[in-house]
Design a protein around this ligand. Structure first.
Ligand code: ITT
Length: 191
C-alpha cells in the first residue's frame, strides 16, 4: 500500500517511517514535490488535521493522512496547543517557542503537560480520525540531542529523562505520534 503523509515536517516523516511496516510506503509532501504552505486556520488539532488532509486529497485525489500535534501545558490552559509550531511567531522558531513557555511558566514546580497527536485519514471515499497522547512534565533546561521541537524539555510520565535523551527507540514506542500511528497501522492492515 502507498499513502501520502500530508506534512512538510521531515522529523514527523522520519519518526513515522521508523514505525510503519515496509508494506506501507509513506510519501511525504517533499517526496511528491509539493512545497507550498497549507494554511492552518483551525482552532483545534482536529480541525487543522482535517484542513491539511482535505487539502491534499482535493489537490491530488489520492489516499492521504495528516498529523496535527502539539504540546498542551495544564497551567497555561492547554497552551501552546494548536499554536505549538508558531507559539513565538510565524517563523516556527523552536528556541523562541521554548523561551516563551519558560517565561510564561516562571519556574513553577513540575508543570504538567501532554503531547497530543491527531491523525486525519482519507482512505478511498471515507475519512477517519486517530489520536495519541502522552502525559508528562516540563523542565527548565534543555536536555538531550534526539528528536525535535519540545523534546528536550518534556519528560514523559514514568521516566526521568526527556524525549530528547530517551532517543528514538523509546520515543517511538510511547509517544503521542507513535500511539496514533499504531492505530493507523492497525486500521490500514485490517481494511
Ligand atoms: P506540518 O503541519 O507540515 O505537519 P508542523 O511542524 O507545522 O508540520 P504542526 O502544525 O502539527 O506541524 O505543529 C506541531 C508542532 O508541535 C511541532 O512543530 C513541534 O513544535 C511540536 N511537536 C509536535 N510533536 C512533537 C514531538 O514529537 N516532539 C516535540 N515537539 C513536537
Amino acid at each position: 500500500m502507498q499513502i501520502i503523509f500530508a506534512t512538510h515536517n521531515q522529523n514527523k516523516v522520519i519518526e513515522l517511517r521508523r514505525i510503519v511496516p515496509k508494506s506501507i510506503k509513506i510519501w511525504s509532501l517533499n517526496d511528491i514535490n509539493y512545497h507550498d504552505t497549507i494554511e492552518e486556520t483551525g482552532k483545534t488539532l482536529e480541525e487543522n488535521a482535517k484542513i491539511k488532509s482535505d487539502f491534499i486529497r482535493k489537490k491530488f485525489g489520492l489516499n492521504c493522512f495528516s498529523d496535527d500535534s502539539g504540546l498542551e501545558i495544564d497551567i497555561l490552559g492547554g497552551e501552546p496547543g494548536v499554536m505549538s509550531a508558531r507559539y513565538a511567531g510565524p517563523l516556527k522558531n523552536n528556541n523562541a517557542n521554548i523561551e516563551k513557555i519558560w517565561k510564561k511558566l516562571r519556574n513553577r514546580r513540575n508543570p504538567k503537560a501532554c503531547f497530543r497527536s491527531v491523525f486525519y485519514l482519507h482512505l478511498n471515499k471515507n475519512t477517519y480520525c486517530f489520536e495519541g497522547r502522552i502525559d508528562g512534565k516540563i523542565i527548565f533546561e534543555k536536555r538531550g540531542e534526539n528528536g525535535f521541537g519540545y523534546d528536550p524539555i518534556f519528560i514523559p510520565e514514568g521516566y526521568e529523562k526527556t524525549f530528547a535523551e530517551l532517543g528514538n527507540d523509546i520515543k517511538n514506542k510511547i509517544s503521542h505520534r507513535a500511539k496514533a500511528t499504531f492505530k493507523l497501522i492497525d486500521f490500514l492492515v485490517n481494511s
